[in-house]
Design a protein around this ligand. Structure first.
Ligand SMILES: NC(=O)c1ccc[n+]([C@@H]2O[C@H](COP(=O)([O-])OP(=O)(O)OC[C@H]3O[C@@H](n4cnc5c(N)ncnc54)[C@H](OP(=O)(O)O)[C@@H]3O)[C@@H](O)[C@H]2O)c1
Length: 385
């Protein structure tokens, strides 16, 4: 039996992880759940999973949950510090990190520091502090197992191979809802358009990131740290059907890929069950009904976020943290309809252009860069772009 803590249990990944655990109660037990403030979904999950502890970061929501539970059920933690405390005091074999954004970094560090394995969906934490997280995991003997479908694919292809034999990693990208749009059309897209992803149902932030292709940019940086491969050996190929989830090319020229229908439950299950493959009754891939698998090169003129992320990754040090924070704020402005779609890359570029690199040696360094970059975006938007 594996004891699991789900961070971000009320989100898109979190809810799918709960489903996976419900379908495999003989293997996994959810001992802790955490979210920001979604009282209703958290209450349902408490009934379904009977965890030992839960946390709502929003203190008011946590208080309401306590009143609702009336002293029965799990121990309720509140606030950001409560979340960190819950991770260490409950303890688990595996922590599923599915909080969105930079807010997920400290909980991931806390779990790794306590020697717990982390199933990582929260790619932003790896972007902000990849070197820090991978060295912390090494030092504590904890594993970081990818949940992102592309990185799960690469991870699966790498099983049983020698890292020295890897020549290239090829990440696939759906291209998002605007794959065929011209620059003029991209300038006009609305929030509703951006939230309509053709293949995946996800949280709002990652859906917008997929539309700008910043998501793929963040994934390049994530792959660099997860698989210890230079940026020049990580490629992106647009694959609209999202059936081939990513590929690894080896030094003999052989290429391995992992395929499946676009459904995050599979990479979630693989990460929870690793190293075992757990039997499922989910639909099997029928290539004759898929019939067409297309691939094309990404266009960084129409999707500049991809090039910006690569630039930040290659600059190293604090550049990815600045890029990530700028993107989080820019996406938030876009979702609140205060900037336009193509302002997102403009804002990120403006921040990268004015950023002086500093090393990220600890959480405080990461936080300082993060706050600085957020202030820069607000200043640019406040100044009328
Ligand atoms: N969705 C996907 O298919 C997918 C695929 C690959 C990778 N990912 C990655 O997985 C992560 C989660 O994505 P998602 O789509 O599941 O996002 P989502 O649906 O927006 O869910 C985010 C979760 O994080 C919680 N949360 C937000 N801010 C928090 C904070 N400050 N402290 C504690 N909890 C907080 C939310 O709680 P409330 O509900 O209470 O607000 C919710 O449970 C992201 O990093 C994303 O890039 C997602």
């Amino acid at each position: 039996m594996k004891n699991v803590i789900i961070l971000g249990s009320t989100g898109s990944i979190g809810r799918q992880a709960v489903e996976v655990i419900e379908q495999n109660r003989d293997r996994f037990r959810a001992v802790g759940l955490a979210a920001r403030r979604d009282l209703e979904v958290m209450s349902t999950q408490i009934k379904a999973l009977a965890p030992a502890a839960v946390c709502l970061v929003d203190e008011e929501a946590a208080e309401m949950l306590k009143q609702r539970l009336g002293g029965r059920g799990p121990q309720v933690y509140a606030g950001h510090d409560g979340l960190l405390e819950m991770i260490t005091s409950v303890g688990a074999d595996l922590v599923l990190a599915a909080i969105v954004g930079m807010a997920g970094l400290e909980p991931v560090m806390r779990a790794l520091d306590a020697g717990m394995d982390v199933a990582l969906a929260n790619k932003e934490s790896m972007v902000v502090a990849g070197e820090l997280l991978t060295s912390l995991a090494r030092a504590r003997g904890a594993r970081i197992i990818p949940v992102d479908s592309e990185h799960s694919a690469v991870f699966q292809c790498l099983q049983g191979s020698d890292p020295d034999e890897v020549e290239r990693i090829i990440l696939t990208a759906s291209g998002g809802p605007f794959r065929d749009f011209s620059l003029e059309e991209l300038a006009e897209v609305t929030v509703d358009d951006a939230l309509r992803h053709p293949n995946w149902r996800m949280g709002a932030k990652i859906t917008v990131d997929s539309a700008t292709m910043m998501n793929k940019g963040l994934e390049i940086i994530e792959a660099r740290w997860l698989f210890n491969v230079d940026y020049d050996r990580i490629d992106v190929v647009v694959h609209p059907q999202s059936i081939v989830h990513s590929l690894v090319q080896f030094r003999d020229g052989s290429v391995l890929a992992q395929l499946g229908y676009p459904d995050m439950k599979l990479p979630i299950l693989y990460a929870l069950g690793f190293p075992e493959r757990i039997r499922t009754e989910w639909p099997r891939l029928d290539l004759t009904t898929v019939s067409k698998l297309e691939f094309e090169a990404p266009d960084v003129t129409r999707f500049p976020c991809l090039a910006l992320a690569r630039r930040a990754g290659k600059l190293g040090a604090s550049a990815p943290a600045a890029l990530n924070a700028a993107n989080e704020v820019a996406v938030d402005y876009f979702l609140r309809r205060q900037v336009r779609f193509m302002d997102i890359p403009r804002l990120v570029e403006a921040v990268l252009d004015r950023h002086d690199l500093v090393p990220i040696r600890n959480l405080e360094d990461a936080r300082r860069v993060d706050s600085w970059a957020r202030r820069q975006v607000r200043a640019v938007v406040g100044g009328g772009l």
